[in-house]
Design a protein around this ligand. Structure first.
Ligand SMILES: N[C@@H](CCC(=O)N[C@@H](CS)C(=O)NCC(=O)O)C(=O)O
Length: 211
């Protein structure tokens, strides 16, 4: 299997999942130009990371990749089996992370895409921070009294939360203020698989920076 990724992005989650599975895999880190190259856009027409290539399959979309990895690796314990009640919970949280929390960050990272007013970028970023707070508050409440996002074991939902929650450590209301999320993120940052991913990316665990 080969993962196309970029350091510090959402594709960190798929890289963590591959580490947890423990089978051989390859990672190629793309820069912005690489994501927009004609060659890469043949397998990911959106020109974004991640993309997973497994034999003849070229699969974009992080959530689809995570579910594919869960189903292809039933013994890896990275998510509940299809048909179980916990699997329904996994779907719910992956959809929330992919479809709500992740897009809430986009105006923060790419404000020029969200306003035609060249003086309006700070306001767009401020709006992003309000939305991120709303989503992190909801997730923090969910994690009250829980060790992990779904059931009693770590899963790809925690891996998906990891990069996104890490992005907000430097916000006015930092991830550290959401104490339940912070607890889970710090636990993940200490996971040897996650540390291997950071080493491969040439990045540090964001929580260390914020501590
Ligand atoms: N819907 C896609 C979105 C992926 C995405 O937005 N990836 C970001 C990194 S976190 C990216 O590659 N951005 C480059 C760009 O938007 O040009 C998914 O969930 O996989």
């Amino acid at each position: 299997m080969k993962l196309y990724s970029a350091p510090g992005t959402c594709s960190t989650a798929m890289h963590i999942a591959l580490e947890w599975i423990g089978k051989p895999y390859e990672v190629e880190h793309l820069d912005f130009a690489g994501m927009k190259s004609a060659e890469y856009m043949k397998i990911n027409p959106s020109g974004v990371v991640p993309t997973l290539v497994d034999g003849d399959l070229a699969l974009p979309e992080g959530m689809a990749i995570l579910l594919y990895l869960v189903d292809q690796n039933p013994d890896a314990n990275i998510g509940p089996a299809a048909g179980s009640a916990e699997r329904v919970e996994l779907h719910k949280w992956l959809v929330y992370l992919s479809g709500t929390l992740h897009p809430y960050f986009w105006p923060h990272f790419m404000p020029t895409r969200f306003t035609t007013d060249e003086n309006g970028q700070a306001a767009v970023q401020a709006a992003s921070h309000i939305l991120v707070d709303k989503a992190l508050t909801l997730i923090d409440q969910h994690l009250e009294g829980r060790d992990w996002m779904v059931g009693d074991a770590k899963s790809v939902a925690d891996a998906f939360l990891y990069p996104m929650a890490s992005w907000a450590y430097g916000f006015e209301k930092p991830t550290a203020a959401y104490t339940n999320i912070d607890r889970v993120i710090r636990k993940l940052a200490a996971d040897p698989a996650v540390q291997k991913v950071h080493a491969a990316q040439g990045t540090n665990a964001k929580v260390e920076v914020a501590a």
